[in-house]
Ligand binder design. Structure first.
Ligand SMILES: Cc1cc2nc3c(=O)[nH]c(=O)nc-3n(C[C@H](O)[C@H](O)[C@H](O)COP(=O)(O)OP(=O)(O)OC[C@H]3O[C@@H](n4cnc5c(N)ncnc54)[C@H](O)[C@@H]3O)c2cc1C
Length: 431
């Protein structure tokens, strides 16, 4: 029976712990006070709501199976997630083919070319074959500048900012494939009634019942080795002895935990971007046409508005209307990361007023700002060849997370669950 320490209490770490506990002693260490990582929730009044907007897709097999295993299937709801595009001072619905045809910046020829591009992605068996092609170049070649400039370029820009030119067509084809699976009525997205907090809570309960240990608010600062083999994990407070470690933190963080030069991979080859996301509790809805997800092309410091209560009923949230203001940033010097929270909120609220002149700040009952510099790998061209293995070159050290194969070419809850399981499989194989 191995003594295993898992660094990181996000989904990858928690599912790996839950599975390994059947045969091993496991301790999960999490630096934050709360578990869940990117799926952490705020506890507001009498409800929970994710810090960052989340939903899932019907193709997320491992997530659906985990939900069932934990007895939570009754909470799953498949809801129409209506989308829109803010362009030229107005929000346009973009759910049905007819609505897309009416999107003003695109000519009929552009629409046909967009349709053909979408159709083409449906026949792509292995998105990996698009890994060495830049997304922008591929769109221009496949559908022309009208489709690129008026449809995809603003989306790429809002998702990847200054890194958008580097993003591979594998990422784009993967996204288009999954998002275009919607039928004439619009796509249905999965959500858990009451939030993904229920998933994290149920995982924690299962880990506790199996005799696992979870330490929060006490991060790993060093992975200790003896003779090239893992022998323990030093925490901010205390040290844990172990013979196996699964790291679920970003590669650059893992590199800071081991003796310099001992890892065979170069962690700087996997670039991460950060997220700055405000959540507003409001007395009134903002998007009164019922739009859940609005992509934005306008001079504002955010790329999307996600009105959660246009997706799930407002009655689940004590009658409060919940709006995410979402933005990604590429480096630590970005004002969205460096400015203090009140200044960022000021920028966001001014942006909202610009897009929706009727928006009244006094309708905002409360707000929270979630910021993290390492929230997603940037899927640059050639990324597939840089995917990190589950087993590292250090004996007893494994890794799983957003950077793993299971999360290529887009990270997701499902991908991190699968990555956690695949790291467990690698450990079991070595035993
Ligand atoms: C804005 C946003 C929106 C998203 N939307 C969706 C969505 O709609 N659908 C979907 O499926 N997925 C979505 N995702 C992705 C999904 O949340 C992630 O892929 C998944 O939760 C990552 O899980 P993980 O365990 O791999 O990593 P993480 O959740 O990042 O977990 C790693 C954990 O390690 C901890 N840690 C870091 N350093 C240390 C240390 N030194 N010691 C101890 N602990 C440490 C961190 O605090 C964290 O809790 C979204 C993510 C973001 C940021």
């Amino acid at each position: 029976m191995s003594e295993i320490v898992i660094i990181g209490g996000g989904l990858a770490g928690l599912v790996a712990a839950n599975r390994l506990l059947d045969e091993h002693n496991v301790t999960v260490v999490e630096k934050d006070d709360e578990l869940g990582g990117m799926v952490q929730s705020y506890h507001v009044a009498d409800y929970h709501i994710e810090k960052y907007y989340h939903h899932f897709f019907s193709s997320d097999t491992e997530l659906k199976e985990l939900i069932a295993e934990l007895g939570l299937s009754a909470r799953v709801q498949w809801v129409k997630g209506t989308t829109g595009y803010y362009w030229g001072g107005k929000a346009y619905p973009m759910n049905t083919p007819l609505e897309i045809v009416k999107f003003p910046p695109m000519s009929m020829w552009d629409i046909i070319r967009l349709g053909l591009l979408v159709l083409r992605t449906k026949f792509v068996r292995d998105v990996r074959s698009y890994d060495n092609i830049a997304a922008g170049e591929w769109i221009l070649k496949t559908a022309g500048s009208g489709v690129y400039n008026n449809f995809f370029q603003p989306l790429l820009n809002s998702k990847f900012g200054s890194s958008s030119a580097l993003v591979s067509a594998a990422w784009l084809v993967g996204r288009v494939k999954i998002r275009s699976n919607r039928g004439v009525e619009g796509e249905r997205l999965g959500y858990m009634k009451g939030g993904f907090n229920h998933l994290i809570t149920a995982l924690v309960k299962s880990i506790n019942e199996k005799g696992g240990r979870i330490i929060t608010g006490n991060g790993a600062v060093e992975i200790v080795q003896a003779g090239g083999q893992v022998s323990g994990v030093k925490l901010n407070a205390g040290t844990l002895s172990c013979d196996t470690v699964i790291s679920t933190v970003p590669p650059v963080t893992l590199a800071s935990l081991v003796e310099p030069g001992t890892l065979e991979f170069d962690p700087t080859t996997v670039h991460y971007q950060g997220t700055c996301c405000a959540l507003l509790g409001m007395s009134k809805p903002l998007m009164t046409d019922g739009t859940y997800w609005l992509n934005i092309k306008a001079d504002v410091p955010f790329g999307a508005l996600i009105e959660h209560t246009n997706f799930m009923p407002v009655s689940d949230y004590s009658g409060e209307h919940l709006l995410y203001i979402a933005s990604y940033f590429q480096d630590h010097k970005d004002p969205l990361y460096t400015k203090d929270e009140a200044e960022v909120m000021k920028m966001f609220l001014e942006g909202l007023e610009k897009l929706y002149p009727g928006f009244d700040r006094s309708d905002v009952l409360w707000w929270e700002l979630g910021r993290d510099a390492l929230t997603a790998p940037v899927y640059e061209t050639g990324y597939a060849s840089r995917i990190l293995p589950y087993k590292t070159n250090i004996d007893g050290l494994y890794q799983a997370g957003m950077f793993s194969k299971a999360n290529y070419p887009e990270r997701s809850m499902n991908g991190s669950i699968k990555a956690g399981y695949e790291a467990v499989d690698a450990i079991v194989r070595d035993e």
